[in-house]
Design a protein around this ligand. Structure first.
Ligand code: NI
Length: 138
């Protein structure tokens, strides 16, 4: 754990009031932890824009009865097997499947995998979560 540093921040009262209401809604008990999380979030975005090694999760929902769709979903995943850590497949009902694809690798490749899955015809939902390996964050 690195040394804790205190620093002062000047900002307009209105903005501070908005911030305090915001962090209360987000269940933070103090400003410091809220600010830490905002900084981490910005640093994670930077890891993604700079094509660093990151982690992420992709979710998709599709009807497995749709012709050839399962094969296409599998083909895309096999094309990017080197950045897929695991895939969880949940049968939601008789038709619909929910998949969670956990990824680790260069951000550009993970984004490419996501965009390829999202753009497959008849995929009903595609979601994306940018995460981090956590190594460079405290
Ligand atoms: Ni299924």
């Amino acid at each position: 754990m690195s040394k804790l540093i205190r620093f002062g921040v000047s900002l307009e009262e209105d903005l501070l009031n908005k911030f305090d209401r915001h962090i209360k809604r987000k269940k933070y008990t103090n400003r410091s932890e809220a600010i830490r999380d905002m900084i981490r979030s910005e640093l994670i975005k930077e890891e993604w824009t700079e094509n660093k090694e990151v982690t992420g999760a992709i979710t998709i929902v599709y009807d497995h009865h749709t012709r050839d769709l399962v094969n296409k979903v599998l083909d895309v995943q096999h094309d990017h097997h080197n950045c897929i850590l695991s895939t969880q497949h949940i049968h939601l009902d008789h038709h619909n499947c929910f998949e969670i694809i956990v990824t680790k690798g260069k951000s550009k490749e993970i984004e490419e995998l996501y965009l390829k899955l999202k753009s497959l015809k008849s995929v009903k939902h595609a979601g994306f979560l940018m995460a981090t390996k956590g190594k460079d964050l405290t």
